[in-house]
Design a binder for this molecule. Structure first.
Ligand SMILES: NC(=O)c1ccc[n+]([C@@H]2O[C@H](COP(=O)([O-])OP(=O)(O)OC[C@H]3O[C@@H](n4cnc5c(N)ncnc54)[C@H](OP(=O)(O)O)[C@@H]3O)[C@@H](O)[C@H]2O)c1
Length: 189
């Protein structure tokens, strides 16, 4: 199993969200998330799950983390609620950690669940002026800087600079890294 984490954080303050939603509108970033996670199991917290447009997740495999186990899924065939994150240790399939901040932190701070690969998208543009209740991933970025190294390639599109980070000292499945790099190299072309 390979664990991949994907996020888009704001440069300088590591903000990823405002309330239930995103404090920016970048269609190419949404498209990147969709394409990189296509056919893969996405793992997300209940708040992120309920805040995303249903059409983005319908028919796609999602595990919704919710300690209370009460999160209502809208696609019972493809979406499941997981109350104990430890059940995902040594999971037989690849997992794509998709937020929000509490879920990223739960994976990045647990040595047994720390992602192998991080798709680190950093947005350098303006945050929406109406946005409030900011949510950031500083805890996870601290772990990223401590436990990972950055590949030399960087990709820029619509004010978002994407870097790929790999966990230090562990074998990382090269086919997964290759697939991600191949997508990034052709993005926007
Ligand atoms: N920019 C991006 O890339 C990006 C990506 C995704 C989300 N976001 C943003 O992130 C924000 C939401 O983040 P958030 O931290 O508030 O909420 P969240 O992580 O999406 O969801 C919180 C939920 O996850 C559950 N959960 C978290 N860790 C758990 C664990 N270890 N075990 C079991 N359940 C667990 C919590 O359950 P309990 O409360 O019961 O413990 C809670 O119901 C939104 O603004 C969203 O737009 C941004």
């Amino acid at each position: 199993m390979t664990i991949v984490s994907v996020w888009c954080r704001h440069k300088g303050d590591n903000i990823i969200g405002a309330g239930e939603g995103l404090p920016w509108k970048i269609p190419s970033d949404t498209k990147r998330f969709r394409n990189l996670t296509e056919g893969q199991i996405k793992v997300m917290g209940c708040r992120t799950y309920l805040g995303m447009p249903q059409k983005v997740l319908l028919g796609r495999k999602v595990m919704v983390l919710d300690a209370s186990g009460k999160c209502e899924v809208f696609d019972k065939e493809n979406h499941t609620v997981v109350s104990d994150i430890n059940k995902l240790k040594d999971y037989p399939e690849d997992l794509y950690i998709s937020g929000g901040a509490s879920v990223y932190a739960a994976f990045f701070t647990n040595p047994d669940l720390r992602p192998d690969v991080v798709v680190d998208c950093v947005y350098g543009g303006e945050i929406s002026v109406e946005a409030k209740e900011f949510i950031d991933v500083s805890v996870s970025v601290k772990a990223l800087e401590q436990y990972y190294f950055k590949l030399p390639q960087q990709f820029e599109l619509d004010g978002v600079v994407t870097s790929i980070w790999l966990k230090k000292g562990d074998f990382v499945e090269q086919s997964v890294v290759k697939r991600i790099l191949q997508y990034m190299e052709t993005e926007g072309k």
